[in-house]
Design a protein around this ligand. Structure first.
Ligand SMILES: [Zn+2]
Length: 399
């Protein structure tokens, strides 16, 4: 009993200490180039952070809110560029023993918000809890859960949707539809039940639909969110317009199919994103890695048709290498101006946090990445964060 009490006390004190160090500080950033994310670029401006939020973002000297003294630490950011914190709308995190290291790697890469796809909902919820309580540092975690559409009855699927919602899950996203020849009648019946139930309990269904036929079947079933850009066949412009008209939002995940170099071994051999040989290890691949081409072109088709197209990787490998891989792939079809919109406001919209995240505008959460270079000159300039701020707290300092 005594041991139990002292352990509890120890954990409590430790948590209090961590929480204190994670309390948002009032901070003023001056002299930075600010890429707001809504199309505006301020060449030399200031950001005032109060209580974890952006109090003002302006050209020139800090615009301290009326009646308030300039408070907190001031940071001279001349030569640096501020962009909104990165969001991955569907990433697999490993909630195992290397959780702490992995979370810091994500922060160091510039990620301040992650929708944690894959794994059981309970593990994702525990991770979120650990980060919010300050047990470990990490990006803001949006936990998600999964359904098994290929098994069980519509009633069982509905019950699972209600169970996940009761746990506090807002996104249910790891389930997939058969890509080729297309979804089975059972998958679609279960999916329609899931979508219907999700609307009643206020959660969002995300789906892995990686062929145009699976994607359009998902859209017709009322799914609001797609994790992938299809990579088995071409998406027509008319289909993409149908996706946009339905208000369905989509994530990129276009690095799938594109070979990875120098991450798993320094041997100049092309690899799939799990480290196995490319192209033969591409999941369900057609051979010769043509998925890379489908993804890239279909991405632009969705974008041009007006789909809210955001950033997602659906991977679990090294955060910075994964970011580079996805950006390199996007760079084939998108301008840097497009990529800023895709990464920022579009992904924030995808995770239904457009009013809180995605741009550096007053009132939003103070999630900021300060970069050494200007990303408008090239995607590689998004890969060297000097300082990462999440909700007003400096969570990574690589100056
Ligand atoms: Zn996934």
């Amino acid at each position: 009993m005594k041991r139990h009490f002292s352990l509890t006390l120890l954990v409590l004190l430790w948590n209090l200490g961590s929480v204190r160090s994670l309390v948002a500080q009032d901070l003023v950033v001056t002299g930075a180039r600010i890429i707001v994310g809504n199309g505006t670029v301020i060449n030399q401006g200031s950001i005032v952070i109060r209580g974890g939020r952006l109090a003002s973002v302006s050209a020139g000297p800090p615009n301290v809110p009326a009646g308030q003294p300039p408070a907190g630490q001031t940071m001279d950011a001349r030569g640096l560029t501020a962009v909104p914190g990165f969001i991955d709308g569907h990433r697999h995190v490993d909630t195992g023993s290397n959780e702490k290291v992995q979370m810091q790697q994500l922060l160091d890469a510039g990620y301040t918000t992650i929708l944690s796809g894959g794994g059981p909902a309970e593990g994702n919820l525990t991770l979120k809890d650990h980060i919010e309580k300050g047990v470990i540092k990490g990006p803001r975690i949006i936990p998600s859960g999964r359904l098994d559409l290929g098994n069980g009855t519509p009633d069982a699927i509905r019950a699972e949707v209600r169970r996940l919602a009761a746990l506090g899950i807002k996104f249910i996203g790891e389930q997939a539809l058969t890509p080729k020849p297309g979804p089975t009648p059972k998958e679609l019946e279960n999916l329609r039940a899931a979508v219907d139930e999700s609307k009643k309990v206020g959660v969002w269904i995300q789906i892995h639909a990686v062929s145009p036929q699976a994607m359009m079947a998902a859209v017709d079933a009322g799914v609001p969110k797609l994790v992938h850009t299809p990579h088995f066949g071409w998406l027509s412009f008319d289909e993409a317009k149908r996706v946009a008209a339905a208000g369905v939002k989509q994530l990129s995940t276009i690095g799938f199919g594109v070979p990875v170099f120098g991450v798993f071994a320094d041997d100049n051999k092309p690899r799939f994103r799990d480290g196995r040989p490319w192209p033969e290890s591409i999941l369900d691949g057609d051979g010769r890695g043509q998925e890379a081409g489908y993804k890239a072109v279909n991405a632009r088709t969705s974008w041009d048709a007006g789909v809210v197209y955001g950033y997602g990787t659906d991977t679990g490998y090294a955060p910075k290498a994964g970011l580079e891989h996805e950006l390199k792939s996007l760079n084939l079809m998108f301008s840097m101006q497009d990529i800023i919109k895709l990464l920022g406001p579009n992904t924030a919209s995808y995770i239904e946090m457009g009013d809180q995240l995605g741009t550096l505008e007053a009132g939003k959460l103070a999630d900021i990445v300060l970069l050494a270079g200007n990303p408008l000159d090239g995607y590689w300039n998004l890969l060297n964060p000097k300082l990462v701020i999440k909700g007003g707290v400096i969570v990574s300092d690589q100056r």
